[in-house]
Design a protein around this ligand. Structure first.
Ligand code: PMV
Length: 366
């Protein structure tokens, strides 16, 4: 796969040109979790996620011809070399695929639509938004040189976008598709790959296309363990082999539940995956407890409420204390009433974010 894009790389002289590209990419929330990697950003097990909508990064890249790579990065209007270093590293590591960057000055400007210190990781949305910009820049370059392909000229290939997003930040591979994505090879899905994610949009029941995700902010602090360190802790974790076997089984069963709209199976797998992710961190060396008391309070409330009302809502967690409350759109009114009257008391300064399944990347400068 890599070789195709190496062969396809634009290797010519960059013409004297300048321009600006801009993309918005959403964050995503995993249902079957990616936790543990191998090789070069390859997952130890396949994962499935909902693509979100309101939590996104908006990134613009302004470019002009130069003698060598020039790079600056601005986050929310201020120059931010620390954030920029990750993108610059990615560019330098992958310059064989994008040799034209060595003849360009790049100014990257990025912002997130979700609030500061909401504890929501932005690497999936920000890295995929940057990769979309890079591929769009490559497209502009080819258009400038009037290198027309047959058929539609130079659409951005979603597989290529997913492949490079993955190299930038694993879970970003899943942020370039509408509705839902599967990343990682599984016998249960033809065309699946460890190298890039695939869209599940056409293989899910309509109920999941408008699913809601209300993100309850228990703590806005950044995580006490980075995901890079977390993945590394899986090496040597005695439960790792059992975890990978279980994740593979969960993928098979979740794919079938997503297709048929079986919400009971969806709920069982989603909650079990969230708790397993946290259990893995509790039994790694060193160990981490990433839930807070209010994370557990919310989980207990959700389970009681589900039992009493029979409303099919459930929770998932990222590698932190905040709770993602997932439910069908048809239940939105009742669930939001319940959030505002009960769950909000467990949130940091009453904060929660109303999100839902979204359409994937959006070109901001079409
Ligand atoms: O993409 P990373 O390296 O930040 O890892 C993401 C890990 C989890 O968010 C905990 C799970 C997932 O599949 O998104």
């Amino acid at each position: 796969m890599k070789n195709i894009w190496l062969n396809e790389a634009f290797k010519g002289e960059v013409p004297d040109f300048h321009g600006r590209v801009g993309w918005a990419c959403p964050s995503n929330i995993a249902l079957v979790k990616y936790w543990g990697k191998k090789g070069k950003q390859l997952p130890q097990n396949p994962s499935i996620s909902f693509t979100l909508s309101e939590c996104r990064s908006e990134t613009f890249v302004t470019f002009e011809k130069a003698d060598r790579l020039g790079f600056s990065f601005f986050f929310e209007g201020k120059e931010n070399p620390a954030f920029g270093a990750k993108i610059e590293k990615f560019l330098l590591e992958n310059q064989a695929f994008f040799p034209f960057i060595n003849q360009l000055n790049l100014k990257v400007e990025s912002r997130n639509t979700f609030p500061h210190s909401s504890g929501i990781a932005s690497s999936a949305s920000s890295m995929s938004a940057f990769v979309m910009c890079l591929l769009d820049l490559e497209r502009s370059l080819r258009l400038e040189l009037a290198e027309r392909s047959k058929g539609r000229p130079f659409d951005i290939n979603p597989q290529k976008a997913s492949f490079f997003s993955r190299l930038a930040s694993g879970s970003a591979a899943r942020s370039v598709f509408p509705a839902m994505a599967l990343w990682g090879r599984t016998e249960a899905y033809e065309g699946s790959s460890d190298e890039y994610a695939v869209s599940l949009e056409n293989d899910i029941h309509p109920v999941f296309k408008t699913y809601r995700d209300s993100i309850l902010i228990v703590s806005g602090k950044t995580k006490s363990v980075s995901s890079r360190a977390g993945h590394a802790l899986m090496v040597g974790n005695p439960y790792a082999p059992a975890r990978y076997a279980q994740a593979n089984e969960n993928i098979v069963n979740l794919l079938s539940a997503l297709k048929s709209g079986d919400l009971d199976t969806f709920i069982n797998i989603t909650e079990s995956e969230a708790l397993q992710l946290h259990a893995l961190m509790m039994c790694s060396t060193p160990s981490f407890i990433l839930m807070k008391p209010n994370t557990l309070n919310i989980i207990n409330e959700i389970r009681d409420f589900r039992e009493e009302t029979k409303i099919p809502l459930c929770f998932t967690l990222d590698a932190g204390p905040n709770v993602h409350l997932l439910y069908p759109e048809s239940e939105a009114e009742k669930v939001e009433y319940y959030i505002k009257n009960v769950l909000v008391d467990y949130c940091d300064r009453d904060r929660w974010i109303a999100d839902h399944v979204g359409d994937g990347p959006k070109n901001l400068l079409p």
